[in-house]
Design a protein around this ligand. Structure first.
Ligand code: FES
Length: 211
């Protein structure tokens, strides 16, 4: 069988580096591709004094190109400072893989967005981002696109798990279309709180269920 991939892509796809969920990451990012609906999660351990990425891993729910690029960018980012890692582009990653079919460019963009999202998460949690945009329903909904619905392998907005978002005077209330006894209720709630409590003007986040 002839693959449309270089030997570097196939090598990183078959033996991906830095795969797996990280316990207690300092920063994590989850990004989905509007082009194909696939997702990638990136986890970071960062030295707080030097801001060097000391460890990094990823989980991919995407295709061979995405897995290979995520493997490559995690290798490229390891040992770099956050500022240096932010500058890694999908083109650099694709070049390092010997090129990707043009139709697969979005797969490497997705991997790079996962890395940038994890860096931003770290920066927000460590007070490195100066925010002045007030939190609105739109801002919250955008963040909720980074919370996974484990039942579907897609985010909770696209899978219509979110029934209601209310933003009022520093409080955010989310209503989910699952009962509180659901096997994933606690995990989804924790992920939502994690994504929203770092917003600069949010004091409390409540997650309610249909029953
Ligand atoms: Fe979705 Fe490649 S087709 S990540």
């Amino acid at each position: 069988m002839t693959f449309p991939y270089t030997k570097e892509v196939l090598e990183h796809f078959r033996n991906p580096q830095n795969v797996g969920k990280m316990e207690d990451p300092d920063g994590k990012g989850l990004e989905g591709s509007p082009a194909c609906g696939d997702m990638v999660a990136v986890y970071l351990k960062v030295n707080p004094d030097t801001l060097v990425i000391e460890d990094i891993s990823f989980e991919s729910y995407g295709c061979a190109s995405n897995i290979a690029t995520a493997s490559m960018i995690t290798e490229m980012a390891k040992g770099k400072t956050l500022e240096e890692a932010k500058k890694i582009t999908w083109k650099e990653a694709a070049n390092a893989l010997g090129g990707l079919p043009p139709v697969k460019a979005h797969c490497s963009v997705l991997a790079v967005e996962g890395l940038r999202s994890a860096i931003r998460d770290y920066e927000e949690k460590h007070g490195m981002v100066v925010e002045n945009e007030a939190t609105t329903v739109e801002v919250v909904s955008k963040r909720l696109k980074h919370v996974m619905n484990p039942m579907a392998g897609l985010d909770i907005i696209r899978t219509e798990l979110v029934l209601k978002v209310v933003v009022e005077e520093g409080t955010v209330r989310i209503v989910l279309d699952i009962p509180s006894t659901h096997q994933f209720a606690v995990a989804i709630k924790e992920d939502i709180v994690d994504k929203l409590e770092s917003l600069w003007d949010v004091e409390s986040v409540t997650v309610d269920f249909i029953s």
